[in-house]
Design a protein around this ligand. Structure first.
Ligand code: NAD
Length: 473
């Protein structure tokens, strides 16, 4: 049992004012593995006040000083990467490959922010004006449970690069992972108050940060519903907001894509992070002509090659859902798909045989219509839907017929794929499984979000341009 009893305010681990104790679970077994004391609105206000006090000094730091901080953070986080990997496996249950990816991404995000800052003009002349890029102020960083450590580090890295001070509100369900990150941040030895962290519930700590007049910007990753609540809460103080929200991403399989490469790619894209990924390719589009062959190959591959089970086992592709609530949500959607008239190609309700934790069966629906709720709503589990198209125009129309637009995937002929990519309403399009580019802008269109993170676009979101006219040239 691990007990986490503190918030982090003004460079100190402090006992929260909040008294609620929140159980932490190992989703592989369902057992309780720890408890976190949650902060409350008073703790949120204390953290905001500390960030406000630290802002004047932080805002005046030079590029070189910020680069130095980012290097110290990267080294400290790197030193705890293995510990973070262990915490991810235990508290979240992500398969080993994804847990390792997050453990490596956490230090790498400080490196990416440093690289971005090094090349970023913090002052420039535009015609007769001098334009200085100044930190936006105190920022609230709010993260979800599905890659909590990666989001804390990714957001904090760019806030520091910009000279902002931060109040972090991580997912309350990820306190063990947060604790590893927090210890690393503390070891990096930054000035007190530059970042502050309060474990707490979204409805009180998160909402207090979103509404507070001393917070200038919110960077939020989470559900579209909560993203909208944050916009409403922050409207009175006209905060800047960056929202990374949900998705229902299309994977378009072109007729010339070789089945032996495209089937594992569709599975990998759809079931990434056990299906609990905002960018998962959950709507799979195949041509009517190829549907039968494709479905047979997908079913066979899932039933023989996709292993659900212990996330520590390197051969596991799908671990447990994060919580009992998430398990029930996925079950409800599988039931709903059947009720709506879709057919199960594979999977269905219940647990895979022999497993007792929050495991679900990898599920694929076929005979799906684009107005069914299983195709329109984010399920956030290993559940895919196959849709068919007659030609390229119809593939594009179906792909775009969604309220989301975070990511899209195309497999097949390069020229055709690039032509289709230009027509998709999506913040990002991945052709033939290309690798993630951390310096490129990441974010969604439509109800997948607002603004971008990462690289120069991400850094700009923490900065306000100040125009000075009449400055000496
Ligand atoms: P969530 O929206 O329920 O919670 C996210 C965070 O917001 C948590 O820390 C929560 O405590 C807090 N919160 C809840 N209510 C709040 C409020 N009223 N005010 C302020 N904060 C509040 O999301 P989740 O269930 O933790 O994560 C899953 C969701 O996150 C999915 O919808 C997924 O698509 C999305 N997500 C998006 C991205 C992206 O980059 N676009 C990445 C990962 C996850």
């Amino acid at each position: 049992m691990r007990n986490i009893e503190h918030s982090y305010i003004d460079g100190q681990f402090v006992e929260p004012h909040g008294r609620e104790l929140f159980d932490l679970h190992n989703p592989t077994t369902g057992g309780v593995i720890g408890r976190v004391r949650l902060g409350d609105v008073e703790d949120a206000h204390a953290a905001i006040a500390a960030a406000k006090r630290a802002l004047p000094l932080m805002a005046r730091t030079t590029k070189a000083e910020r680069l130095h901080m980012l290097q110290a953070l990267e080294a400290a986080m790197q030193a705890r990467a293995d510990e973070l990997y262990e915490a991810m496996l235990e508290e979240y249950g992500a398969p080993a490959v994804f847990s390792r990816w997050v453990a490596d991404y956490a230090p790498a995000s400080f490196r990416a922010a440093a690289q971005t800052l090094a090349d970023f003009p913090l002052e420039q002349d535009i015609a007769s004006a001098r334009v200085a890029m100044e930190p936006v102020g105190v920022v609230g960083l709010i993260t979800p449970w599905n890659a909590n450590a990666a989001f804390i580090c990714g957001k904090l890295a760019y806030a520091i690069a910009a000279g902002c001070t931060s109040v972090i509100k991580p997912s309350e369900m990820s306190a063990l992972q947060t604790e590893v990150v927090l210890r690393a941040l503390h070891e990096a030895g930054l000035p007190a108050g530059v970042y502050n962290l309060v474990n707490g519930r979204g409805a009180d700590v998160g909402a207090a940060i979103a509404a507070h007049p001393d917070v200038a910007k919110i960077s939020f990753t989470g559900s579209t519903t909560v993203g909208k609540a944050i916009i409403r809460a922050s409207a009175d103080t006209l905060k800047r907001v960056t929202l990374e929200l949900g998705g229902k991403s299309p994977t378009i399989v072109l007729d010339d894509a070789a089945l032996e490469t495209v089937i594992p790619a569709v599975i990998g894209t759809g079931f990434m992070n056990s299906g609990q990924a905002c960018i998962a390719g959950t709507r799979v589009l195949v041509s009517e002509a190829r549907r039968e062959t494709f479905e047979a190959a997908l079913k066979a591959a899932i039933e023989t090659e996709v292993k659900v089970g212990d996330p520590r086992d390197p051969s596991t592709s799908i671990g447990p859902m994060v919580s009992q609530t998430q398990w029930e949500r996925v079950q409800r959607y599988i039931r709903l798909g059947v009720e709506e008239g879709a057919n199960l190609l594979t999977g269905g309700e219940g647990r895979p045989e022999g497993l007792t934790g929050y495991f679900v069966r990898p599920t694929v629906f076929t005979d799906v219509k684009n107005d069914m709720r299983i195709v329109r709503e984010e399920i956030f589990g290993p559940v895919l839907a196959i849709l068919t198209y007659r030609d390229e125009d119809e593939a594009v129309a179906i792909a775009n017929d969604t309220s989301y637009g975070l990511s899209a995937y195309i497999f097949g002929d390069q020229a055709k794929a690039e032509r289709i990519a230009a027509r998709l309403e999506s913040g990002r399009v991945v052709i033939n499984g290309a690798a993630h580019e951390p310096l490129a802008p990441f974010g969604g269109v439509k109800q997948s979000g607002l603004g971008r993170e990462g690289g120069p676009f991400g850094l700009s979101a923490y900065l306000e341009p100040k125009t000075v006219l009449g400055a000496r040239r």
